[in-house]
Design a protein around this ligand. Structure first.
Ligand code: PLP
Length: 381
């Protein structure tokens, strides 16, 4: 069997797990305790983890704020601006219609508070046009929030260009880099932004930890306020005891991603090419959502003509862990809103599956199990 749902959650790297076990066993303190060495020692581990997360993005440790994951980071990045928005009398936000629900639902919440949100649609290939964003900016625009890589299609969005566009303005720029962090390593180091969301469990780290990166311009943080109250941790932006072992694991995962990304990237691309070759060599009728040149190499969203994705998933679930969209929406699944925004019709949407893999995916097993999946698909077609 093969797990091919890395975009939902990637398996934890064993070296990350070893790091965490050591912390759980040997560092019992609360990192904020100041009355004994247990606290101090734990604090040292916490700060080492913070440094490693910062290194992956080429930012300072004092720009890294730990959260419980990408959903919380996105909430803080958007809702945390409310007070500032009132003060500077700006109520306009630009985002896209294909963001993760952690952004879309948060935006909906702001709409109820009187904010005006523009949702830019992608084209048929799932791509976002920078000019569309540019043309929407007014003197009321507070924020542009966009993902780096779409979690369903793997399409890479033009965040570098948007960063350049906004750099000389007072419009804040937030990137949800959940699916790109650890994969597009050199790219992320160069991009200009004010806020950036990370999630540990998408890059072989533990679940339940993430970060919001807040860039300091002239030493000043973006005007973010806490959305929860109760402690001074993380600069008061995210109160609550920071889970040291999770941070150490997240830090280790970032360190490994930094050290190994070139080999990993090659491996991801090889897996992608192998799937494309198997598809191309078979007689099956299919199409890929997105232009292969603009896709991250660990994802393919494939429509199998005339096949119901639910049927395919049921018939293959024992040997292939694939999905038809974001795990967060799977309870009340009504078809992918991402594919719908790209202008696909209901039958195309109903026939689409998302396949995503990681650096530890075994190429040989992948080929075998994907060939098995294709056999099942062919029988359904
Ligand atoms: N943003 C994107 C683009 C995602 O893909 C996900 C997870 O699927 C999230 C946010 C939410 O991440 P987390 O599970 O860490 O809250």
């Amino acid at each position: 069997a093969i797990y091919l749902d890395y975009n939902a959650s990637s398996p934890i790297d064993e070296r990350v797990l070893d790091t965490m076990i050591d912390i759980y066993k040997n560092y019992p303190g609360n990192p904020d305790s100041r009355t004994h060495d247990f606290g101090k020692n734990t604090r040292t581990i916490l700060e080492e983890g913070r440094k490693k997360v910062g290194n992956l993005l080429n930012v300072q440790s004092n720009e890294v704020f730990f959260t419980s994951g990408a959903t919380e980071s996105n909430n803080i990045a958007v809702l945390g601006l409310k007070e500032y928005a009132l003060r500077v009398k700006k109520n306009h936000i630009i985002t896209t219609s294909v963001e993760h629900k952690a952004i879309l639902e948060t935006m909906k919440h702001l709409e109820n508070d009187g904010f005006i949100i523009d949702y830019v649609n992608p084209n048929q290939d799932g791509e976002i046009d920078v000019n569309q964003i540019k043309n929407l900016i007014t003197d009321k625009t507070l924020l542009v929030s966009i993902m780096h890589v779409n979690n369903e299609t793997g399409v890479i969005f033009p965040v570098e260009e948007i960063g350049e566009l906004l750099d000389s303005t007072d419009v804040l720029f937030h990137i949800d880099a959940t699916q790109s962090a650890g994969k597009l390593v050199p790219e992320l180091k160069k991009i200009k932004y004010d806020m950036l969301t990370l999630s540990s469990h998408k890059l072989a780290g533990p679940q339940g930890i993430g970060a919001l990166i807040l860039r300091r311009k002239n030493y000043e943080l973006p005007p973010i306020k806490a959305i929860m109250f109760g402690g001074e941790q993380e600069g008061g932006i995210r109160p609550g005891t920071v889970p040291t072992a999770l941070v150490a694991g997240f830090g280790k995962a970032c360190e490994l991603a930094e050290q190994e990304y070139e080999g990993n990237f090659k491996q991801l691309k090889e897996c992608q090419n192998a799937i494309l070759k198997l598809l191309g060599d078979s007689t099956i009728k299919y199409s890929i959502h997105g232009n292969i040149e603009h896709l991250i190499p660990n994802t393919l969203n494939i429509a199998f003509e005339g096949i119901n994705s639910e049927a395919l998933m049921i018939l293959t679930k024992e040997f292939c862990g694939i999905s038809n969209g974001s795990a967060c929406n799977s309870k009340n699944y009504k078809g992918s809103y991402v594919l719908e925004s790209m202008g696909l019709n209901q039958s195309e949407i109903a026939s689409s599956v998302r396949i995503s893999w990681g650096p530890h995916t075994n190429l040989k097993v992948l080929k075998e199990e994907f060939a098995r999946l294709l056999d099942v698909a062919k029988n359904l077609q």
